[in-house]
Each structure stands twice: as C-alpha cells, then as structure tokens.
Design a binder for this molecule. Structure first.
Ligand code: SF4
Length: 289
C-alpha cells in the first residue's frame, strides 16, 4: 500500500492539490431515475459540500486553483476534482466541455471524477477515453459495500456486478479507478467489510478511499441513528478495521483516504471525526506515515 501523497509525488514529481468543482448534475438515485431520496447517508449537497461555487467550470476552477496556490506556492500541481453528485450523469457533450475547460487551466495536471458505476454508458466512456489520452484521469466509484443486501438497505440502487463491470470498462480506457468503501454500514459484520475490500481488489481497483459511516443532518440515516437503529464505530474500532483492510491490498494499491470527515456544520456523529488534527495524528502514528 502506498499513500496518495507518495503516489502523486512519484507520478507528477511534486505535491498535488485538489481544486473542487460542482457541475450542474444531480444523481439518478435522487431524481427518480433509479431511486429517490439518495443513499441513506448522503446529504442534500451530494457529498460535495467542500466544492467551490461559481457560474462556469472555468471560473470555478480558476478560483479554486488560485485559492489553493496562495497557500501551496508554485511547486505544486492541481487535480480538477468533480466531486458532487454523479458527474457522468449528464449529456456526453456537457461532460466533454467541462473536462476540456478544466484541463485547459494552467496548473491542472489531472482530472478526477466522482460517479456511479451505472452512469458510464458507451458515449460517456468515449468522452472519458479521449480525456484519459490527454491527461491522467481518476474515476471515483462509490461502491461502499459488496453486499447487495446492504446496498438495498442503504438505497444504493445499483448491483455490485455493475461496479465490477464498470471497473473493467474504465481500466480498458486507461482510467485510474478509485473505490469508495464505507466501514460500519448497518448490519455489516467485519467479514462483510473485508469481502468488500476483496471484491474491489479482485476487480482491479487502483486506489481506495475508506471512511467510517457518519451521520449528517437531514438524511434518512439521521432518523435511524436517532431511533437507535444504527451504531456508529468508535475511532479505535474503526481503525482496527482499516488496518485489517490494508492487509488485503496489493503493494501498489494507493490509499487516498483513511477516513472521511463530514462537513462539520451538518455532522451529527461520530464526534471523533470532528477533531481532524487528532485523527490525522492518530493515523500517522498508527500507520507509520
Ligand atoms: S450515488 Fe452518490 S450522490 Fe447519489 S445519493 Fe448516493 S452518495 Fe449521494
């Protein structure tokens, strides 16, 4: 396993920062196409509460890069990060224009797109394929669990087999696939969590983003949590699971995230994720980073 920082330094020769952009997209799991209400843990912002706002992709990315550059200095590169909702749930022409605008901004050296495995039709794959030939392309897939039963409970609204097919198709066009996995989903045993990691590894995922299940305001998960129907992992317990998961990854797997931290303004639990410095120090100490 290698950390994202080390991987980016090896590939790009310097530190890489993310510049987040919001596209005018929603999610098929919210607009009724696949489901309504979204995944039970997902907030109204579609997991993109940290994105910059602006009227066009070009404006957003320029603003985001200049803000980060003010802190990072000149010896750094930037990844245009399409984070909110399902960024391939749109017309291929719209995506093509957005990617090409983002990649034209000075300092942008890679693109990263968060999406769902069931939103990668042939025309969208063609757009991504063209882009992957010009610049490194990361595609983040929200798997969360390999269990179709849990997936149904969390209202993911796609089958795990669709994830497996999507990874294959993305690898064929030269994309680098990052898989999102949540530990602590309702009803999941440790064995089930490890099965999710194994499935992602066997599918050929290049990178991983792990997070503990966290509860945000105004989500279906909030109600379950308030009704005591969901248990949230403690810090030690969560990182014990992460440690076991790391043991299942191949040597060249890149870990982009050891845990997530929900937007503080709407984060209800777990409390421990609110103290970011404490969590980062703990991760560095425990995993020798
Ligand atoms: S697929 Fe992603 S954006 Fe859509 S509801 Fe689920 S977590 Fe939210």
């Amino acid at each position: 396993m290698i950390t994202a920082n080390r991987y980016f330094r090896e590939v790009f020769g310097h530190k890489m920062y993310k510049a987040s952009i919001s596209l005018d997209v929603t999610c098929p799991n919210r607009d009724g196409n696949k489901g309504t209400g979204g995944c039970i843990f997902c907030s109204e912002g579609g997991s993109g509460e940290f994105s910059a706002s602006g009227s066009s992709v070009l404006e957003q990315i320029q603003k985001a890069v200049s803000q980060v550059r003010a802190k990072a200095g000149d010896n750094a590169g930037y990844i245009a990060y399409f984070q909110s909702f399902t960024n391939t749930y749109c017309l291929p022409g719209y995506l093509e224009k957005a990617l090409s605008e983002a990649s034209s901004v000075e300092g942008i050296e890679a693109l990263s797109i968060a999406t769902r495995p069931d939103c990668l039709g042939p025309e969208i794959l063609e757009v991504l394929s063209c882009q992957a030939k010009k610049m490194p392309l990361f595609v983040e897939l929200g798997l969360q669990t390999a269990s179709d039963e849990t997936a149904e409970f969390i209202n993911r609204c796609y089958k795990t087999s669709e994830y497996v097919e999507a990874v294959k198709a993305l690898k064929e066009i030269g994309a680098n696939v990052i898989t999102h996995i949540i530990f602590g989903l309702p009803g999941e045993t440790r064995g089930m969590m490890m099965d999710t990691v194994k499935l992602a590894v066997d599918s050929g995922s290049d990178g991983y983003k792990f997070t503990c299940l966290y509860v945000l305001e105004n989500t279906p998960l909030e109600k379950l949590y308030r009704d005591n129907k969901v248990e949230i992992l403690g810090m030690e317990e969560y990182f014990d699971i992460v440690e076991e998961a790391l043991g299942l990854l191949p040597e060249n797997a890149v870990v982009h995230r050891f845990t997530g931290d929900g937007p503080k303004k709407i984060l209800i639990a777990p409390e421990w994720t609110k103290n970011k410095r404490l969590v980062v120090n703990y991760i560095n100490r425990r995993f020798g980073l």
